[in-house]
Design a protein around this ligand. Structure first.
Ligand code: ASP
Length: 328
C-alpha cells in the first residue's frame, strides 16, 4: 500500500497492507486524544469529497481525518453540480483535478465508478468510499482495527501485533447480497485469519458464493452460541429492484438480533454494525446500546483509520517524525 496510489478494494492491500494501516492508525488514535488533534502531515494537499450517494458517517469521518492531517478539504455536491447540465462524469472529474486536487474520496451508487475515476486521473489518488454493492474498503479497515483493539484489550496483547484476528469466529448477518460492507469485510477478516459465517435468508445471499472463503447458515441461533463477533447488516432497500423478503417483521423474527437472541451470545462476544442501524429491524435497540456493542467505537476508530489511509497514499512519510506531529 505504501507504494500504491489508490485504495479501490481490500484486495489492493492483502494481509500485510491491512496490518500496515492498522499500525499507523494506532498512532493517529493518539493524535485524536491531543488537546489540538491536528498534525501537519498533509499540509498543502487537497482532498475532495465526492459523494454521489447519501452518507453521514463516511463523509464526515473522511472530512475529520483530512482536517486532522491539515489537508485542505473541498466538498463536491453532485446534486448541485454541472452534472445536472449534462456534463459527463469524466469532464467533471478532470476539471476538479485541474484545480490542483491530490485525492478524490468517491462514493457512488454504481459499482466500479471509483476504479473508472482512477483511470481518468493524471496524478491524483482515489479512495473508494463505497461503490454500489461492490466494496467499502475503509469500513472493513476500521472494522478490523476495532476488532483487533477490542481483542487485544481482552487478551492483554499489543494491538499492533500482526494477524490479531487469527482464530476469531465472525458471523455476518443480513443482506449480504446487496452489501459492499460484507464483501470488503469478508476479504479483510479472512485475510487476517478470522473464520466468517454468513447468516441470511437464501434470497439475501449473492447468487453465487464461489470463491468466497465462508461458511453459510440459515439458523442464526445456532451460530450465535459459538461466534465471537456478530456483525449485523442493514437491509439495503435502496438497491432492491424486486421483493426479497415477505415482510420486515418476519425478517426480524428469523434473522434479527433481538434481545432474546442476544442472550445466546457468549459473555465476551461483540456486536458490530456499519451504520446506519435500523433499530428494531436487524438489531434491537437494547442490544445496540448494550456493553457488547462496539458500534460507536467503530465510528470513533474510523477517523484514525482514514487518517492512516490518507497519510499512506498522500504523505511524504516524514511529517510524523522529529516532532513534526506536534505542530498544531
Ligand atoms: N454505511 C454502509 C454503506 O455505506 C452500510 C449501510 O449503508 O447499510 O454501505
Amino acid at each position: 500500500m505504501s507504494e500504491a496510489r489508490h485504495l479501490l478494494s481490500i484486495n489492493d492491500l492483502g494481509a500485510e497492507g491491512i496490518d500496515e494501516v492498522l499500525r499507523l492508525a494506532d498512532t493517529f488514535v493518539e493524535v485524536g486524544r491531543r488537546p489540538i488533534p491536528r498534525v501537519p502531515a498533509l499540509r498543502g494537499k487537497t482532498v475532495v469529497l465526492s459523494f454521489f450517494e447519501d452518507s453521514t458517517r463516511t463523509r464526515m469521518s473522511f472530512e475529520a481525518a483530512a482536517k486532522r492531517l491539515s489537508a485542505d478539504v473541498m466538498t463536491f455536491a453532485a446534486s448541485a453540480s454541472s452534472l445536472n447540465k449534462g456534463e459527463s462524469l469524466l469532464d467533471t472529474v478532470r476539471n476538479i483535478e485541474a484545480m490542483g486536487v491530490d485525492a478524490f474520496v468517491v462514493r457512488h451508487a454504481c459499482a466500479g465508478v471509483p476504479t473508472q475515476v482512477a483511470g481518468w486521473l493524471a496524478g491524483a489518488s482515489v479512495i473508494n468510499a463505497g461503490d454500489g454493492a461492490h466494496e467499502h474498503p475503509t469500513q472493513a479497515l476500521l472494522d478490523c482495527f476495532t476488532l483487533s483493539r477490542e481483542r487485544a484489550g481482552r487478551l492483554g496483547v499489543s494491538p499492533a501485533r500482526p494477524r490479531v484476528l487469527e482464530g476469531l469466529q465472525v458471523a455476518i448477518v443480513g443482506d449480504v447480497r446487496h452489501s459492499r460492507v460484507a464483501r470488503s469485510d469478508v476479504a479483510a477478516f479472512t485475510a487476517l485469519g478470522a473464520a466468517v459465517t454468513l447468516v441470511a435468508p437464501p434470497t439475501l445471499l449473492p447468487p453465487s458464493l464461489e470463491g468466497w472463503p465462508v461458511e453459510v447458515s440459515h439458523d442464526l441461533s445456532s451460530v450465535l452460541v459459538k461466534c465471537d463477533v456478530v456483525y449485523l447488516l442493514r437491509i439495503q432497500a435502496e438497491r432492491m429492484r424486486e421483493q426479497y423478503l415477505p415482510t420486515l417483521r418476519e425478517y426480524t423474527a428469523t434473522y434479527g438480533l433481538t434481545a432474546g437472541r442476544a442472550r445466546l451470545l457468549s459473555p465476551g462476544a461483540l456486536v458490530m454494525h456499519p451504520g446506519p442501524v435500523c433499530r428494531g429491524v436487524e438489531l434491537a435497540a437494547e442490544v445496540a446500546d448494550s456493553p457488547a456493542s462496539v458500534i460507536t467505537a467503530q465510528v470513533a476508530n474510523g477517523i484514525a483509520v482514514r487518517m492512516a489511509v490518507l497519510y499512506m497514499l498522500l504523505g511524504s512519510g516524514t511529517a510524523l517524525a522529529a516532532g513534526g506531529a506536534n505542530d498544531g
